[in-house]
Design a binder for this molecule. Structure first.
Ligand code: GLY
Length: 425
């Protein structure tokens, strides 16, 4: 079984780890991969933006499956191109990926399908957006760039002044470029967030363990927003009853609406949820595995990832497959970020890492192998250290101690990943 994995982050390292761990007959090629993935896969120096070259690589290698990690190549139609060539690909088409790449499309679809989500308006001019805030929403309010903005296009505004400044930043200063051509003004939701991933053939789902991300840079959910500084799973709030409810009232109707739109969604549907007093509501959908939740969730998987992925990529149905099985215990992931992250991450610092063992995985993200052979920082989030334990407290300790053992100049990490779960206990 030959698999091409597209991507170079911690999420893809966790995918490579899961796929190679479950089946030693898997031959992995990663494009472009990273120094961590290099111990599990052959690396091909093709970037995730080079769509024709990725298709050519998949054809030349006669791969059985392509797994696409990041959203950008999905948005640009990599899966469409692969399918045109008859190559099984795990991930949605560009049209189906709009559930993530256009917050306006996602909101319209959810509203029409009766999927619980916050009230919102889409505006194409700053003047209209300002008027919406002033006349119909007030504060607190959420301002969102509709397009893909590398996870930074959602601004939670606690005052009217912040909301007006956010609209100006997105629409006048064009802080997120064309992603800000449309802006959503959305009612603020109060509650805890939960990430729920579902493998889907477009109709049925196999849900994964729920996880919770930590978007702020500093302990206590303080400081600037980041791509995610850590995650843990399972989340005790994510009971079986809650997941059944989310499946029935959110996942299945959304997939139905996507089929009705003639853009069936296959691959991994990521529901970003807010657990409000009136039940779970959708904050956003993503069209791919989340980062860093994947680094916490996949090491807990105790059944095949490849079987459902392959079935979905081949266009088969998964409705008769058994639910995914999970290890007992808990998993906590702590991201170790570069000095200056998130605004101006420094590159080029020499890294030393603790080893992987039965309770610890170190996933590479922003690392590179320098010409002198040393491992060096090359991105904002450098590595993620996942701790696996019989209990949440044990997993948390292993993750935190592992993060502290990562050595490079200016390394920063949060010591409180999972603090909400710890408080609940
Ligand atoms: N964990 C947030 C994301 O992957 O978008």
């Amino acid at each position: 079984m030959k698999i091409l994995l597209v991507g170079n982050g911690g999420r893809e390292h966790a995918l490579a780890d899961a796929l190679s761990r479950e089946n030693t007959a898997v031959e992995l090629i990663a494009a472009p991969g990273n120094p961590g993935i290099a111990s599990l896969a052959r690396l091909a120096s093709v970037k995730t933006t080079e769509l024709p070259a990725l298709v050519a690589l998949a054809e030349a290698e006669a791969v059985d499956l392509v797994v696409v990690g990041p959203e950008a190549p999905l948005a640009d139609g990599l899966v469409d191109r692969l399918r045109q060539r008859g190559i099984p690909a795990f991930g949605p088409t560009a049209a189906a990926a709009e559930i993530e790449t256009s917050k306006h499309v996602a909101k319209t679809l959810m509203t029409r399908a009766g999927v619980p989500t916050a009230r919102a308006e889409t505006h194409r001019t700053a003047a209209d957006a300002h008027a919406a805030v002033r006349e119909r929403f007030g504060a607190p309010v959420v301002i969102k760039a509709s397009g893909l903005a590398a996870g930074k296009g959602v601004i939670v505004c606690h005052t009217l002044a912040e909301a007006h400044a956010a609209i100006d930043r997105i629409m006048d200063d064009r802080a997120f470029g064309d992603a800000g051509n449309e802006v959503l003004v959305e009612a603020f939701m109060q509650g805890e967030e939960l990430s729920l991933f579902a493998l889907t053939d477009g109709t049925d789902v196999l849900t994964m363990l729920p996880a919770q991300d930590h978007k702020r840079l500093l302990d206590g959910d303080d400081g600037p927003n980041t791509g995610g500084m850590g995650a843990y799973t399972p989340v005790s709030l994510g009971t079986a009853a809650l997941l059944d409810d989310v499946t029935e009232r959110i996942l299945l109707p959304t997939l139905h609406a996507l089929r009705k739109r003639d853009t069936p969604f296959t691959g991994l549907l990521y529901a970003g949820l807010m657990l409000t007093e009136s039940g779970p509501q959708v904050v956003e959908f993503n069209c791919r595995f989340g980062d860093p939740e994947t680094q916490a969730i996949l090491p807990m998987l105790d059944s095949s990832l490849l079987d459902p992925m392959l079935a979905i990529a081949r266009g088969a149905r998964i409705g008769s497959m058994s639910p995914l099985r999970w290890r007992s215990g808990a998993s906590v992931t702590t991201v170790v970020a570069a000095s200056g992250y998130p605004d101006t991450p420094r590159s080029g610092d020499v890294i030393s890492l603790p080893d992987d063992d039965a309770t610890r995985r170190v996933y590479h993200a922003g690392t590179t192998r320098a010409s002198d052979g040393t491992l060096r920082t090359s991105g904002g989030r450098v590595v993620a250290v996942t701790g696996l334990g019989a209990t949440f407290d044990e997993a948390r300790r292993i993750s935190r101690e592992g993060a502290a053992a990562v050595g490079f100049e200016g390394a920063q990490f949060r010591g409180d990943i999972g603090w909400r779960e710890a408080a609940r206990r």
